[in-house]
Design a protein around this ligand. Sequence first.
Ligand SMILES: NC(=O)c1ccc[n+]([C@@H]2O[C@H](COP(=O)([O-])OP(=O)(O)OC[C@H]3O[C@@H](n4cnc5c(N)ncnc54)[C@H](OP(=O)(O)O)[C@@H]3O)[C@@H](O)[C@H]2O)c1
Length: 332
Amino acid sequence: MKSVVLPAYNKNILRAILSLEIQEKELPKLRDDEVLIKTHAAPVNPSDVAFIQGGYNIVKQLPAVPGFEGSGVIVEAGQHAKDLIHKKVSAFVQTKHDGSWAEYFVARKKDLIILLDQMDMNQAACFTVNPFTAWALMEIALIRESKAIIQNAAGSQLAAFIRTMAKENDIEVINIVRKAETATLLKQQGVQHVLNQAEDTFEEQLTALSQQLLATTAFDAVGGELSGQMFNALADDSELVVYGGLSNKPAIGFGLKDLIFKNKIVSGFNLMDWKRELDTSEFEQVSNELQDKIISGVYTTEIQETVGLDQIVQGLKTYLGNMSGGKILIKP
Ligand SMILES: NC(=O)c1ccc[n+]([C@@H]2O[C@H](COP(=O)([O-])OP(=O)(O)OC[C@H]3O[C@@H](n4cnc5c(N)ncnc54)[C@H](OP(=O)(O)O)[C@@H]3O)[C@@H](O)[C@H]2O)c1
């Protein structure tokens, strides 16, 4: 099978991208609880970018095939998964196995989502991570009964899911972006509260708006000093949930008085831990609800470009040059 192979981690993202090789590999052997998926498509996510730089939570023995999720059809299965052959699935691959940037990939039975018939396979490629993360984050805001939330990296696909979910629940969203063009794009889409973190008066604007709208939950995908700025801007009795580290910098600048006297907390969120807490039927219920909304077009992952395995370098460059423009899908 044709695969994208990472020979070595490289902190320099351009060098890491340029080092990727296209190789023919043997089809993998399956364990009893594993299936072989013929790949329809696999996205490029920020976690993949961090992985090839050697900066992600998951470190594999190299050379290895990147790609943590994808969609496709099950073509072969181990003894305990034979009933799944021919099923359309989305799958998550965070084991030590090769990933989804290949013609075929292996996933464990428990990391599969069997798709509803009408589910679009491109949307399915981006289904196992972002929609569930948005759902789980929104649950935190709902439990807190927040009237408003703050989110950064607001041009991301996950942030778009959160905006739609917030609208469904009558929650206002303060959206923070880092580029003027992303702010313009969001405003053109009718998004009301958009702040640019690069502006001199950003912190004052954020605090004023947050206090006015009574924001009591913030979702932080960036880290660095922006974490502290968001935390300090929140109204009393609030929570900053850190779920990403796009700046590669430690979260800093939390106001001591906010921590001690204003009943504010900082927490972390990881989808895999959230999933482990749910039983199968609860997860299926969320999955079906999300799939129904994707099928009806209420929730969508924007896809800016589709590339073949051979065009992986160009695809990654396009993505990194315009991350807010939508996902890049790799299609063998
Ligand atoms: N904890 C979890 O379980 C979990 C699960 C899923 C996703 N996540 C995280 O959620 C975040 C969004 O994922 P996604 O797939 O929705 O992303 P995406 O659609 O690929 O978009 C990435 C976004 O991040 C912005 N960005 C990149 N580097 C940034 C920086 N240093 N400072 C500020 N903004 C920056 C980009 O803006 P530009 O256009 O300006 O580059 C773009 O809007 C990521 O951090 C991801 O790791 C976490």
